[in-house]
Design a protein around this ligand. Structure first.
Ligand SMILES: *[C@@H]1O[C@H](CO)[C@@H](O)[C@H](O)[C@H]1NC(C)=O
Ligand SMILES: *[C@@H]1O[C@H](CO)[C@@H](O)[C@H](O)[C@H]1NC(C)=O
Length: 457
């Protein structure tokens, strides 16, 4: 399944936002994009001319929806909401401290409005302004599939979850897979200040700010449930098969056709005798016609070793692989998402070299089969990492990231004239039926407890 996710995005089409598509077949019929990037040399930007670009106002208009609630602060309408100081807020996982590192490029200079506007021009897919707990969105280009819808939904849920606590912010998101803010260009004496851009992943060579990806709230296009539902179901699948009964080989299933030399190399390791590995191709077109039965994540925990291979960029599949409780074999990762900073080699995963790939996999499997307790413990700790990253923690991460970010802004955020206010009801109205099911399933309610406390700087 691994790359399943990174791979499915190869079917992404540039939907005119979430408007017209009905079945996955529509998606499958257009393979012009790879992992969200268009391979067509003509500009893929559907809003490249001002006249073609639907405004946020027209996009988020919805026939049976009138307007978002008029109140300015949820605290005013929810006077009954109080946070309990008991239990005392727990400490956030230590990897949350990477928030400081991600925001370090602006710690001396702060972030000005012109800098945001520069980020909008250079890399923005959509811009979100939160002011007095209301959320405003401006559209810059169309994101593939329902990424934008689910990311905005996540922000609305955050505001809902912590009434009155979410600070005012002005944020620019790019929804494509690969980081773009090249660290080298912004380092050294006299270098310009980098544009602050939020994205689902980054690398050590980039300054993009990682943000939890849309799939935590669900991915209807490939039938992946909201994280809480999906984790429970994978955990159940994992509990159903004991370590000793799991197949003693390394397993990978995914799409090798995503412009990833690594995945192509992986195909040559498909030999149980020689390399102790089984490599399978995910056929999405077939899957979509049989209701995703054989791609169910919860039924893919029957191998002791599961390989994670990046595709065109990072892959959202990492969390589902780790959730299985098998020992995760991670091949030299280039990309980081917000939680992968919690990964520690030989503690909660096993590192694999991309040079001498098959040999490295073979050695890992042989070590694991000789040290069954050790391998099982690594698998269990990988699963624990993902159990700790509950939706509570995902919201807490977003909360702290927004708080730290807001402190860097040297102006008072204000929605630009072209932005449109969105709220839970307007998004539900705007979503299609299937998306609505996923959104409703991932809805949250006001928290009784304060967010976890961020490790000190
Ligand atoms: C960043 O820019 C430098 C200088 O133009 C270039 O050599 C390098 O390959 C770029 N890095 C990435 C990750 O694109
Ligand atoms: C890997 O080998 C198995 C067994 O020989 C085969 O069924 C499968 O199709 C092979 N995978 C690929 C991607 O060729």
């Amino acid at each position: 399944m691994s790359s399943f996710f990174a791979s499915i995005v190869s079917f992404s089409v540039l939907l005119l936002l979430f408007s017209a598509y009905s079945t996955l077949n529509d998606l499958l019929s257009n393979t012009k994009t790879v992992a969200g990037h268009n391979l067509d040399p003509t500009p893929w930007h559907p809003f490249s001319t001002r006249t073609d670009k639907p405004t946020a106002f027209t996009l988020f208009q919805c026939s049976y929806f009138n307007s978002c609630p008029k109140f300015t602060s949820p605290l005013l309408t929810k006077p009954s909401h109080t946070f309990s100081a008991n239990p005392l807020p727990s400490e956030c996982p230590s990897f949350f401290s990477s928030i400081y590192r991600d925001l370090a490029p602006w710690s001396q200079t702060g972030i000005s409005l012109p800098l945001i506007e520069n980020a909008v021009r250079q890399h923005g897919a959509f811009r979100v302004v939160i002011k007095d707990s209301k959320v405003y969105v401006d559209l810059l280009y169309a994101c593939v599939q329902s990424r934008m819808l689910f990311t905005i939904w996540g922000l609305l849920q955050l505001v809902q979850r912590y009434p009155g606590l979410v600070p005012d912010v002005d944020m620019v998101f790019d929804c494509m897979d690969r980081p773009v803010v090249n660290r080298t260009l912004y380092t050294g004496h006299g270098a310009p200040i980098p544009p602050p851009v939020f994205r689902y992943c980054t690398t050590t060579e980039h300054l993009d700010i990682p943000f939890p990806d849309w799939s935590f709230w669900g991915w209807p296009e490939v039938n992946v449930q909201p994280w809480e539902v999906e984790f429970k179901s994978i955990e159940k699948g994992s509990d159903a098969i004991k370590w000793k009964d799991r197949v003693k080989f390394a397993y990978w299933k995914g799409n090798p056709d995503v412009a990833s030399p690594l995945r192509v190399a992986l195909l040559s390791c498909n030999d149980t005798e020689k390399w102790q590995a089984q490599i399978f191709r995910q056929d999405w077109i077939k899957e979509s016609t049989v209701g995703y039965q054989s791609s169910k994540l919860s039924s893919q925990c029957n191998y002791r070793y599961k390989i994670y291979a990046e595709g065109f960029a990072w892959s959202v599949s990492l969390k589902y692989i780790l959730a299985c409780g098998s020992e995760t074999l991670i091949i030299d990762p280039q990309y980081e998402d917000f939680f992968s900073r919690g990964l520690i080699p030989k503690e909660n995963f096993w590192p694999i070299r991309s040079t001498g790939l098959c040999q490295s996999i073979k050695e890992a499997v042989e070590w694991g089969n000789d040290n069954s307790y050790g391998a099982e413990a690594i698998g269990r700790r990988g699963q624990e990492l993902m159990r700790d990253i509950s939706m509570d923690r995902v919201y807490d991460y977003m909360f702290h990231l927004l708080v730290e970010y807001s402190e860097l802004l040297d102006f008072k955020p204000k929605p630009p004239p072209s932005a449109q206010e969105v709220c839970i009801d307007s998004l539900l109205c705007f979503a299609d039926e299937r998306q609505r099911e996923f959104l409703e399933r991932s809805a949250t309610s006001p928290s009784k407890n304060y967010p976890c406390t961020l490790p000190p700087h």
